[in-house]
Design a protein around this ligand. Sequence first.
Ligand SMILES: Nc1ncnc2c1ncn2[C@@H]1O[C@H](COP(=O)(O)OP(=O)(O)O)[C@@H](O)[C@H]1O
Ligand SMILES: [Mg+2]
Length: 421
Amino acid sequence: MSEETRRIGLSLGADVCWPICFESILERLRPDIRIAGNRVRITCERVTIEPFNLRQSCRYDVVIDRLSHWYYPTREWLKKSILLDGLYVFNNPWSLQSMEKQTSYSAMMRLGLPIPDTWLLPPKEYDPVDDLEPTLQRYAKLFDLAAVGEKIGYPLFMKPYNGGAWAGVSKIDNEHDLREAYESSGKQVMILQKGVWPFEHFVRAVGVGPQVRLVKYQPDAPLHDRYGLDRGFLDSADVAEIVDTTLTINSFFGWDFNSCESLKRNGTWHPIDFANACPDSQVTSLHYHFPWLIKSKIRWALFCAATDRPMRRNLHWQPFYDIADSDLPDREKLAQFAALARAGFDAERFAEFCMTFLRDLDAIAWEFFGSDAARDAIRQKVVSLYPRHEVDQFLDMFWDRIQGWRDAEGQHDNSDSFLVS
Ligand SMILES: Nc1ncnc2c1ncn2[C@@H]1O[C@H](COP(=O)(O)OP(=O)(O)O)[C@@H](O)[C@H]1O
Ligand SMILES: [Mg+2]
C-alpha cells in the first residue's frame, strides 16, 4: 500500500474565522484514508500570492477559492493550474466570470424554472471610448422607461446585472421611483425584476457539493439576524423542491459551493438570486449555521482530494435541455434535473465516503466548537467587524448561537442527514 499526501489549498482574501475553524478541525481529525490501494493523508495550507511561471507545477490537489471573484492574478493562477496541472478548484473560475446574475436568470428560464419577469436596460451613462458616439447614435433606440415599468408591474427590483452583496439593489414601487433610480444608476448596467412581493417564505439554501442546508432568510433584519435560527420551518415537499432547485442550479453552472435565494408566493417558489458563487461564509452572518458550513466544506474537500475527483472543466447543458424540452410535468422535470445534479456531484459515493472515513468528524467538530480555540477564532472575526465597545456583546451572542447548534444538532450520528439539513 503506497502512502500519499494530498494537499488542500485555501485561497483567501479577507476571510478570518472559517479558515481557522477549517484548519483546526482538520488537524484534530487527522484523516487517514485507505482508498484505491493507497493510504492517503491530507494537509492544508493557505495559498500565497506571488509571481508564477505558467509551467511551474501546482503543489495542491484541491483549492477552495474565496478570492478570484475579484482578484484576477489568483484567477489566472487557478486557470493555469486547472489546465496544466489537473487541479480541482471550487468554484470553477470560468463559471464565475461568465455567469453573471442576469445570465443565470436566462439559463434557469431556459430550464423552465419560475424566474420572475426580468428586463435588462442599457445604462444611463458610459465610459468614453472611441466608438461610443457612432454606436449609440446609430443603434441605441430611445426607450420609454415608464412603459417597461408598466409591463413588468410594481413593485419591482432594480439591481446590477452582475451584482452581489445587495450593492445597488432597490425596491421600486412606482414610476417616479423608477425614474429616480435609473437617473442615479450611472454607468452600471441594470436589470429590472418583477418583485415576488409580498411573499410567504424566503429561503436561502446553501449548497456544498451534494449537501444542502435550508435557512430561513430575513432580508429586513440587521446583518447578524438575517439568517434565521428556525429549523423545520418548511414541509417536506417544500424542502425537496428547494433542495432539487439548488442542486440543479449548482450543477448546471458547475458551482460546488453556492447559495440560492428563493421566495414563495401564492404557492410557487421563485428563485431570485442564485449566482452567489462566493457566498457569505462569515460566522457573523451564519452563526448557528456556521458549523454546518465548516463540516460540509471539510467533507467535500476531503472527498475531492482523497478520491482524486477530476475537475469538471466544461459545462454540459444538453441533458438539462433535453429534460426541459420533454413533456414531463414541471415538478418531474425538476426531479430529473436534480438527479443529473446528484450524479454529477457523485452523491452516493460521497455519502459512502463520509460514512466510511469521516465518522469522527461530528464528535470532533462538536468538541471544537465548544473550545477556547473556536471562541478565539470567532472573536477575531467579531473584532474585525464591530466597534470595540460592541465586541463582547456580539461575541457572546454568536458564541451562544453556536452552543445552541451544539446542543440541538452537533452530536448527530454521521448519517445521511448531512446531505439535506
Ligand atoms: N424579484 C425580487 N422579489 C422580491 N425581493 C427581491 C427580488 N429581487 C431582489 N429582492 C430583494 O433584494 C435583496 C437583494 O437582491 P439580490 O437579487 O439578492 O441581490 P444580491 O446579489 O446583491 O444579493 C434580496 O435578498 C431580496 O430581499
Ligand atoms: Mg442576494
